[in-house]
Design a protein around this ligand. Structure first.
Ligand SMILES: Nc1ncnc2c1ncn2[C@@H]1O[C@H](COP(=O)(O)OP(=O)(O)O)[C@@H](O)[C@H]1O
Ligand SMILES: [Mg+2]
Length: 381
């Protein structure tokens, strides 16, 4: 039977297609089991959600007293939705028996009266609602729910909130942020893992001494997986699926993708598909072409969504300029005034198009960069 590609992208990976991260796995595992709140920050698609999923799976397998919860805040848009989702997930994790969930309202709440709904299949169709006015007034009762349940049942909770920076878009966020912090920091039986992709927002939430979440716990800046590790992973994955690639050729994949997790997997996948027995540079180059073609509508749209001076600034970044406000650079690239430059820089950073790594500006997305250089400077890849 023909094997299918061993490379996975698009979803989180935590099992077969997962590689490396030994140090981060150990650290996160011991933090979460040891009650140390942990924040993880990296640009998107480097591997935060996968890392957390792997740790949570391992904890679920061996730690029956630690109940884990993972909530993705990507599609949670306000405080009410957050608190209702939080309540539902905490109650679901507190017991394996859905019949027990139904009684939890009377058992664990003093001020709030939750409206509980169950469908035909309670495991997938279970929701909790509150009257918004009451909820707003007594939100600390929800925020403290895991601690209350943990105490009563002799268990602990590990609560992981993905894309945590989304909370900053809630109405009245500043008050809510204060309340969360003041309730959560007193909890002894609940540990939080808060992670997100918007580096500037995450750092502002957790690393700003005037903000409530300052020093809430350990901050982990998740690095990229190194080239050598990727080469080993690609070679091994080809071999185990009945094809081959040499280490020398495989090296081209992480190199051209700058060790970006998602793109290394995607380019490996395309290469694998184009290979009948042995992959070489020919297949990798064809795969790269295919990958960039497939993504180009997206890149086109991205370019169309920014202003002319922002596009010009992006060109300067692509060429490797550093002194954007030097007179020569501003003239060559038509960047406008120094104020334009600084405003546009912020916009490109906030939109996750460029990032500042140790004082140097670079594209966040390595494949977009290749496409961009071809498009505007006719550089081949
Ligand atoms: N440890 C890993 N080993 C191999 N591939 C990984 C790893 N972590 C992430 N990836 C690849 O990167 C993609 C994005 O990972 P994800 O965990 O969703 O990133 P993030 O949460 O930071 O946006 C995954 O679909 C997978 O292809
Ligand atoms: Mg993620």
């Amino acid at each position: 039977m023909a094997k299918s590609s061993p490379f996975i992208y698009g979803n989180t990976v935590s099992n077969i297609a997962f590689t490396n991260r030994e140090i981060e796995l150990d650290k996160l595992m011991s933090n979460l089991l040891g009650g140390v709140n942990t924040m993880i920050i990296s640009p998107r698609r480097w591997g935060k959600s996968s890392l957390v999923e792997k740790v949570v799976t391992a904890i679920n397998r061996k730690e029956k007293r630690n109940k884990t919860i993972v909530i993705d805040l990507f599609s949670v848009s306000n405080e009410q939705q957050f608190l209702e989702t939080f309540t539902r997930e905490v109650i679901k994790a507190s017991s394996n028996r859905w019949q027990e969930w139904l009684g939890s309202g009377a058992l664990f709440f003093k001020k709030l009266i939750p409206k509980i709904n169950v469908g035909i299949d309670p495991l997938t169709d279970f929701s909790i609602g509150f009257d918004w006015k009451e909820l707003k007034k007594h939100s600390e009762e929800v925020l403290n729910l895991p601690e209350v349940i943990a105490k009563k049942k002799g268990i602990k909770f590990i609560i992981c909130l993905d894309e945590f920076q989304n909370i900053a878009s809630f109405d009245d966020y500043l008050n809510f942020e204060k309340k969360m912090r003041s309730v959560w920091q007193r909890q002894k039986l609940v540990t939080y893992c808060l992670y997100g992709s918007k580096r500037h927002m995450m750092t502002d939430i957790f690393n700003n001494p005037s903000k409530p979440f300052y020093r809430f716990g350990d901050i982990m800046l998740l690095p990229k997986i190194q080239k050598e590790k990727w080469i080993g992973f690609v070679v091994k994955s080809f071999k185990e699926s009945g094809k081959t690639i040499s280490a020398g050729d495989a090296a081209f994949i992480p190199e051209v993708m700058k060790n970006h997790s998602w793109y290394v997997q995607q380019l490996s996948h395309y290469t694998w598909n184009l290979t009948s027995k042995t992959a070489g540079l020919l297949q990798i180059k064809a795969a790269l072409n295919e990958l960039i073609q497939a993504n180009s509508p997206l890149y086109q749209k991205e370019v169309e969504s920014i202003s002319v001076t922002q596009l010009n600034l992006l060109k300067a970044v692509a060429v490797g300029e550093h002194q954007f406000t030097s007179t020569a650079v501003m003239q060559i690239y038509a960047l406008g005034t120094p104020r334009n430059v600084s405003k546009n820089k912020t916009i490109l950073i906030n939109n996750d198009i460029i990032q500042n790594i140790d004082g140097v500006y670079e594209f966040v997305d390595p494949a977009f960069e290749l496409w961009f250089k071809k498009q505007f400077f006719n550089q081949s890849y």
